[in-house]
Structures are given as C-alpha cells and as structure tokens.
Design a protein around this ligand. Structure first.
Ligand code: FE2
Length: 218
C-alpha cells in the first residue's frame, strides 16, 4: 500500500505556493476521489500514487534532456545529439501527458510543483554545471534504465490488481523508454567512423587523393 503523503510535508505547502487570494480546496494531494472507474478505492489510490512517481521522474528526465539538448557541442555531438535529444524531449512530454491523464482517470492529482516532483522522484537532477557530453548521456541512460525498472514493477502490480487500463498505458510508455535507452546506449558505444588522418600522410607522394573511375572511394 502507498504511504499516503509520505513526502516531505513542509515542502508541499510553502508560503510561496499560496496565491494572495483564498482558494477552495476540493481534494488533498495524494488522495483519490470517485472517477467512474470500477476499481476499489485502495487499488486506485495505490495505482495513482505509483503513477505519480513516474510523473515526477519523467519531469526530472525532461529537465535533464532540455539541459543536455541546449548544451550539446563537439564535432560529433553538436547537430546529431542536439536533434536526438529533441526527440527524447518530445517523447517525455508525451509520456508525462499519458501518465498524468491516467492519474486523473483514477481520481488522483498529478504532482505539479517542481520541488515536490523532485522530492518524490526516484531519479534526481545532476548537480548544476556543464559536464562532458559523455557524462550527460551516461546520466540520461542511467535514468532511463531506472525508469524502465520502476515501470516494470508497476506493470506487474497493476496486473495483480486487475488494473488493465494502467497496464496498457505503462506498457506503451515502457516500450518507448526502452527505445530511448537504446539510442543512448548506441551513441555511447565505442565505435566510430572517424579514422584519423594518418592514412593520408602514409600514401606515396605521387598518388593524389582524387577519386577516379577505377578508384571511386578513398
Ligand atoms: Fe531546441
């Protein structure tokens, strides 16, 4: 069972989170109300709570991907990684929406405050600063693998509780996250098309490097 409201309580209700006018509160955070889905209250509460942790983790992943997209540089990384991470940002936004919608369907409230999101998330933002592209991507890959593990845990649990709607949402998200991790793993692999300039200098001086009909490739 979820531990209701087990995040740092003072952080969930700071003075700066309160606007200057009175608000009518209709539901407390980390609770579920009726929603028309015929699953027990406790099932919806547990599933909404677990989904919310993915919602929080995906927001952390989104912030990290934005940073790494903006800071991508280097001969290999500037264009290709800049665009690759753009795709990761788009997928992450899509997944946040799918999971947020499912939490609402179950009668819950997706956590929206960034401080609380970071508190609840099972992945954390790296320390501020510019690191190497390899460090950025390695951190992203570790986050993706943790996301996969946590998604699989909930898929298994949702099956046990007959929450097949949540299973379907999470299976779609999991398959996409596996793709994203595969992208990152592949760009971190130790292969390259770059062969250096040694072969140019090692050619006999009478040979030029112009392609001809007989040697179209260098
Ligand atoms: Fe951009």
């Amino acid at each position: 069972m979820p531990k209701n409201l087990d995040v740092n309580q003072p952080k969930m209700n700071q003075p700066y989170m309160q606007p200057g006018h009175p608000m009518v509160k209709r539901q407390n955070p980390q609770t579920v109300k009726g929603s028309g889905i015929s699953l027990d209250h406790n099932v919806r509460l547990e599933m909404a709570y677990e989904l919310d942790k993915h919602n929080c983790a995906l927001h952390v992943a989104l912030h990290q991907y934005n940073k790494h997209h903006w800071l991508s540089e280097g001969a290999e990384g500037f264009i290709s990684l800049h665009h690759l991470l753009e795709e990761h940002i788009a997928k992450t936004i899509e997944h946040i929406d799918k999971i947020g919608e499912r939490i609402a369907r179950l009668g819950g409230i997706p956590t929206a405050h960034p401080v609380v999101q970071h508190e609840m998330s099972y992945i954390k933002c790296e320390a501020e600063g510019r690191y190497t592209m390899r460090d950025f991507l390695r951190n992203d890959l570790e986050h993706e693998m943790k996301l996969q593990q946590e998604l699989r845990k909930q898929i298994k649990r949702a099956h046990e509780l007959n929450d097949f709607g949540t299973v379907e949402v999470l299976e779609e998200v999991l398959l996409d996250r596996e793709d994203l991790a595969y992208h990152l793993y592949s760009v971190l692999e130790d292969d390259t098309l770059v062969r250096g300039i040694e072969h140019v200098f090692s050619q006999p001086p009478d040979k030029n490097r112009k392609a001809t009909e007989t040697t179209p490739l260098q």
